[in-house]
Ligand binder design. Structure first.
Ligand SMILES: [Zn+2]
Length: 52
């Protein structure tokens, strides 16, 4: 379940790529998998709209 989405800023010169298409990531999505398990995936502006 997607619990939050926030802008993702590249820092320390390290580029992170979209988990879906491989473009440069600009959004960070936090998912709750189980009570104590969170998962963070990063997406670009296009793919973050498809995430649920
Ligand atoms: Zn993408």
């Amino acid at each position: 379940m997607l619990t939050s989405l926030r802008p993702f800023a590249v820092h320390k010169g390290k580029t992170v790529f979209c988990a879906h298409c491989g473009h440069v990531a600009t959004q960070e999505a936090l998912f709750t998998v189980d009570e104590d398990i969170n998962l963070i995936e990063r997406y670009d502006d296009i793919c973050e709209r498809k995430v649920d």
